[in-house]
Design a protein around this ligand. Structure first.
Ligand code: 8P2
Length: 446
């Protein structure tokens, strides 16, 4: 059976809006996800993150679960409006105290904190002034980041500036399925530019503050395969690879947006995001690691879609998750190999990988999520192949520690190693919790 290196980091991941609840407690300001979830029709099951897993009040119980799981590290995000209720200026000390208590409990448990600065819950006050389309938000993010580097100068193992800027840009500002719910491709292009600039300013601040730990960014990356070997399907797959993957990988590691995508957007009549040479250098300054969130691949062919002229296919022979995502473990090997060879990141962490299943307790209150065990095993074996072939991967985080608020799907999709009864907020460890506990302890995938 394959062993991972002795110093390989095994962890689990969560995010503030998805687990904390206490949406308006102890001085926290409103976020765009509070506003979006409170707007009728936006969330499929009509729920909100107002309570979610109530982690804000139950974090000590949850750290005890992490300790029992035996993980080396725990990835969580800090709620920007819990620190700066208006986005900048006045600090909410009670919010800062919460994260001080959380990191303190993690250190007592011997667990490395991994902090995501931005996991989508922008202060609403900044959105009211243009949000990520505005330079003010870029500057406010740099201030927020620097404040956190100063406040947690020694406690954090990894700092992640942004989680999935592609989702923030295109799902939040073009598809409209996420906060702030805009449907404007030009806005999405501008937002992607500003997210990259804010990342660069945060990395600069991290270096200036001489903060301990490492800094990087997390991208959701998906291999894109052509439906057939026809030239038009191959070109469609290349366009999608540019849209989903290279749009952020290229500026971060090559200092330029991908030329083919700029030409395609220009042909479609969109104003292109502009970057000066100085801004390109700021964005592409060296980072210590790349975080990769991997869930599935995409199979595409030539289609009639308005912007990309592509059609998506679901291979009938594959299995699918509760999110409708294809189960394709090979894709994790593929994306790690491709990124390692084409972009040469200093280091890679798989910052999310997991599966949504319709988990329910049986008559004895147990949850036998064997399909999640199979999913995690197959993806860890694929990852191990990449590590064995010399790819610089130093860690892997399961999404997620516990069931939580799944954005536009609300509380209806369960990704956790721990089941959450949203009526009682009881936590119930699933079979996968105990399976992963063994993997973490042995560094071996059985
Ligand atoms: N959907 N889904 C599951 C999971 C989501 O819950 C995370 O917040 C995101 O970072 C990423 O999309 C992946």
């Amino acid at each position: 059976m394959p062993y991972f290196p002795e110093d390989f980091i095994f962890g689990v991941a969560t995010a503030s809006y998805q687990i904390e609840g206490a949406w308006n407690e102890d001085g926290k300001g409103e976020s765009i996800w509070d506003r979006f979830a409170h707007t009728p029709g936006n969330i499929q099951d009509g729920t909100t993150g107002d309570v979610a897993c109530d982690h804000y009040h139950r974090f000590e119980e949850d750290v005890a679960l992490l300790k029992e799981l035996g993980v080396d590290a725990y990835r969580f995000s800090i709620s920007w409006p819990r620190i700066f209720p208006e986005g900048r200026g006045r600090v909410n000390e009670k919010g800062l105290d919460f994260y001080r208590s959380l990191t303190g409990k993690l250190q007592e448990a011997g667990i490395k904190p991994v902090v995501t600065l931005y996991h989508w819950d922008l202060p609403q006050k900044l959105q009211d002034k243009g949000g990520w389309e505005s330079q003010e938000t870029v500057e406010a993010f740099a201030e927020y980041a620097r404040f956190l580097f100063q406040s947690f100068a020694k406690e954090v193992f990894l700092w992640i500036t942004h989680n999935e800027p592609w989702v923030v840009s295109f799902v939040g500002h073009y598809e409209g399925r996420h906060a702030p719910g805009k449907r404007d491709f030009k806005s999405a292009l501008q937002v992607s530019r500003n997210l990259l600039l804010s990342h660069g300013l945060a990395v600069q601040a991290f270096r200036e503050e001489k903060t301990l730990g490492s800094i990087g960014i997390t991208l959701n990356l998906t291999p894109v395969h052509p439906f057939s070997d026809s030239e038009e399907d191959i070109l469609a797959a290349k366009r999608c690879d540019g849209y989903f993957n290279r749009w952020f990988l290229d500026p971060l590691f090559k200092g330029e947006f991908p030329e083919d995508m700029l030409l395609w957007y220009e042909k479609k009549g969109f104003a292109l995001p502009q970057l000066s040479e100085e801004e390109k250098s700021l964005i592409a300054q060296p980072i210590d690691f790349l975080g990769i969130n991997y869930y599935f691949r995409r199979v595409v062919g030539k289609g009639e879609g308005a912007i990309f002229e592509v059609e998506f296919f679901n291979p009938p022979q594959s299995e699918y998750t509760d999110m409708g995502w294809e189960i394709y473990p090979e894709g994790l090997y593929e994306i790690v190999k491709r990124v390692s060879e084409e972009y040469q990141p200093e280091d890679i962490y798989i910052t999310e990988n997991g599966i949504a299943l319709p988990d329910q307790p049986d008559s004895k209150g147990r949850i036998n999520d064997q399909k999640r065990i199979d999913y995690l095993r197959s993806h860890l074996l694929a990852l191990h192949r990449a590590v064995d072939e010399g790819c610089p991967v130093s860690g892997y985080f399961v999404w997620s520690l516990m069931d939580n608020f799944e954005w536009g799907f609300g509380l209806s999709k369960r990704f956790g190693l721990v089941y959450v009864d949203y009526t009682t907020l009881q936590r119930i460890k699933k079979a996968s919790f105990y399976w992963y506990q063994k993997v973490v302890k042995s560094k071996r995938v059985d």
